[in-house]
Design a protein around this ligand. Structure first.
Ligand SMILES: NC(=O)c1ccc[n+]([C@@H]2O[C@H](COP(=O)([O-])OP(=O)(O)OC[C@H]3O[C@@H](n4cnc5c(N)ncnc54)[C@H](O)[C@@H]3O)[C@@H](O)[C@H]2O)c1
Length: 498
């Protein structure tokens, strides 16, 4: 093991827990002591939480031997480098290893965004160099992306894949392409969320809530960006942009500005959210700060239906059950007009036809817990506030969205699913590998291909086509493979598998 920082210490623990003897090298004695301390701390925590016996702790710790230089690695079968993400440092390590290792020993790199091929090309034996990309925290996250290059010997790919499995991980074998699977899918989606924030499409709390409550992911994109670090996210996006081009990978200006300002997330005390304040209202997941200023729920509501939306009756029933007077007659006076809309919105037509464009708001029931409150171009702020209070009264959480294709949840979700489909369509990864990468590497409860199968490819085509027509951005154009799923009625989980 070379480098015992954030990732290296965790990876050393994984190997030692897997029963393999580990020799660890660091930049200097101080860093080595610090790295061994990280491992000890992690093993001690496992014991104090009852997840490991004292005897196992001692055995695992005993398998990790600190060493002073690369020369001490001469007997190793596999060396994994986990030094900082800078090519000159990686190059020095790889050329140094050529002097000490057996020619058949494997050199694995944990790089997230550098070219494994370029790292390999620095070795006198590039056929033995491979990517072994662990996720943070390494002892917990099950995914390992095994990255082969055009130079890697097939036997090396097979050996490292088997080893990852023996360590209790789930390997996904891919070729060397920027971002591999997980980062190449995660970063453009996070970038899009930033763009929705900076263009005023939605608030930061609503963007995060749309993803957690609307899609079921464990963390909203802006909270996740603060955790990853905005500087790290920007660096990975720049690599992706260089490789693939296009708007999905072009870093949002706000990401650059916040990074320039040193406001890079949790580690700096603030990013999209402020972590320095004692005021819990400033942290993520604290709900809408504006809730306190909201008016009471309206006493009477007119419920209209956007012609394609079938859930007006359900919505009217819910509102009545909450003790609010409901009328379905646009001629009757009421405090607020709610247009029951589907996932594509469409509040303006019925609101204008009823002669009440200012006090009409669209409402889309995304899940039994979440409503999208849809503001048309003439919807007043009072009407939006009243609709949010109404949603509260109905026991629904709510996010505000402009009346645009996909509203908020769909605008975040479908381009992300499209990226996943494009990766499958490119022949880069099979559907099961895409799902494994996002569930095991990023903590998704279900992978994007499963989410697509559930939502229906026809639905994805409809939203993406509408987004493409509205914004003219080719990144939103439905991928031809999506059309294949629909035309041939095949499941995205099965076609084209590998
Ligand atoms: N942090 C993550 O979430 C994450 C996830 C996956 C992959 N990675 C990748 O893992 C690698 C390491 O990242 P990290 O976050 O652990 O960085 P880090 O800065 O926490 O750790 C790097 C370690 O390498 C040591 N080091 C520096 N020069 C050295 C040398 N010449 N010889 C030996 N040790 C040396 C440093 O002292 C430090 O302890 C990078 O390639 C990164 O892209 C990071």
């Amino acid at each position: 093991m070379i480098g015992l920082g954030t990732m290296g210490a965790g990876i050393a623990e994984v190997f030692a827990r897997g029963g393999l003897p580990v020799t660890a090298v660091e930049a200097d004695a101080g860093a080595l002591a610090r790295g061994m301390g990280i491992i000890d701390g992690s093993l001690n925590r496992a014991v104090s939480r009852g997840r490991m016996s004292e005897q196992d702790r001692a055995e695992v710790a005993g398998r990790i031997t600190p060493a002073g230089s690369l020369a001490d690695l001469s007997g190793a079968d596999l060396v994994i480098e986990v030094v900082p993400e800078q090519m000159p440092i990686k190059r020095e390590i790889v050329t140094g290893l050529d002097q000490v290792l057996r020619p058949d020993a494997i050199i694995a790199t944990n790089t997230s965004s550098l070219s494994v091929t370029t790292i390999a090309a620095h070795s006198a034996h590039p056929d033995r160099v491979i990517g072994m990309h662990f996720f943070n925290p390494a002892p917990v996250m099950k995914l390992v992306e095994v990255v082969t290059t055009v130079l890697t010997a097939p036997s090396v790919g097979a050996a490292v894949t088997d080893l990852a499995r023996a360590l209790g991980k789930t390997p996904v074998q891919v070729t060397d392409r920027a971002g591999f699977v997980a980062n190449a899918l995660l970063l453009p989606y996070l970038n899009h969320a930033i763009r929705l924030l900076e263009t005023g499409y939605a608030s930061r709390e609503d963007i995060d809530l749309a993803v957690t409550a609307g899609i079921g992911l464990p963390m909203g994109p802006l909270t996740l960006l603060d955790l990853i670090g905005l500087d790290t996210s920007l660096a990975v996006l720049e690599v992706l942009q260089h490789e693939f081009g296009g708007s999905r990978y072009t870093p949002a200006p706000l990401l650059r500005r916040l990074t320039d300002a040193g406001r890079v997330g949790r580690k700096s005390g603030a990013g999209f959210y402020d972590y320095r304040q004692a005021d819990p209202g400033q942290g993520p997941g604290s709900g809408q700060a504006s809730n306190q200023d909201q008016p009471a729920a309206p006493g009477s509501v007119t419920v209209l239906a956007e012609p394609a939306a079938a859930r007006a009756d359900e919505l009217a029933g819910l509102i009545e059950q909450a003790g609010i007077t409901v009328t379905r007659d646009p001629g009757q006076p009421s405090d607020l007009v709610i247009v029951a809309v589907g996932p594509d919105g469409g509040v303006t037509g019925p609101a204008t036809a009823a002669g009440r464009p200012n006090d009409a708001v669209g409402l889309h029931l995304v899940t039994p817990e979440l409503a999208e409150i849809v503001a048309g171009p003439r919807t007043s702020e009072q009407a939006v506030s009243a609709a949010r209070a109404l949603a509260d009264r109905l026991g629904l959480r709510s996010v505000r969205s402009p009346d645009r294709p996909g509203l908020l949840v769909g605008a975040l979700l479908y381009p992300h699913l499209r990226d996943a489909v494009a990766m499958v369509g490119d022949g880069y990864a099979a559907p099961a590998d895409v799902d494994a990468a996002m569930t095991l590497g990023c903590g998704y409860p279900r992978g994007p291909m499963t989410l697509l199968a559930e939502a229906g490819p026809d639905r994805a085509v409809a939203v993406l086509a509408a987004m493409h027509a509205a914004y003219g951005d080719p990144a939103f154009a439905p991928h031809p493979l999506l059309a294949d799923y629909v035309a041939a009625a095949v499941s995205p989980l099965e076609y084209p598998g590998r």
